[in-house]
Design a binder for this molecule. Sequence first.
Ligand code: SF4
Length: 228
Amino acid sequence: MKLLCDIPSGTEVLVHICCAPDASYGVRALRDRFDVTGFFYNPNIDSREELRKRLRTTLDLIEADPFSLVVGGGGEEAWEDAARGMEGEPERGRRCEACVRLRLAETARKASELGMPAFGTVLTVSPKKDEAMVNRVGREEGERTGVRFVGADMKKGDGYLKSVRASRELGLYRQNYCGCRFSMRKDPLLGPVEQTEQGGPPNGDRKYGTGGDPAVVKPGGSAKQRIR
Ligand code: SF4
């Protein structure tokens, strides 16, 4: 990982987690320097089943390698609004910027609510993410919210390879698409999906999340009881 900020060591940072494989490297790398709490918030995920799978896998990671986690909920309608009109965009395009912005804006807002001075994300572990875009959006949302953004390129220093190795060692589920229904359609590893006018599978199963206040899971806590 290459850090792209001068935020002092030991600072409390709320780190957005998109999935356990990215967090298996990203959280560890940031924890070497900062006081990290994870924030699982992903209203982009195409179905309740997939969202729960990714959250459960994040909790598996926490059992193996404990860190505090806040689980966010809601935002599905805002995500649909943000993505509307950009259904055909390729990955790394404008829809992805809107999607990243929505998730990082909520992370910044939550950090501010929790009184944390900084926030970050593990999104740049993935080679499919545009590191420059993620860091620019993070800085913009940080400026808007008054919370500092921990800019980083987590691919540097073989971050992605390390995440693959760590998830294999821990037996973590690794998804084969980014998360939204539009990211499924060109993946050769997936079977054909039923298509809607927008080009993705039907999305009736969109109501998920913890509902109400976000769950807070502390190291050593019975994290799995939080998933119903
Ligand atoms: S491909 Fe990934 S980053 Fe892009 S809009 Fe879909 S879920 Fe978001």
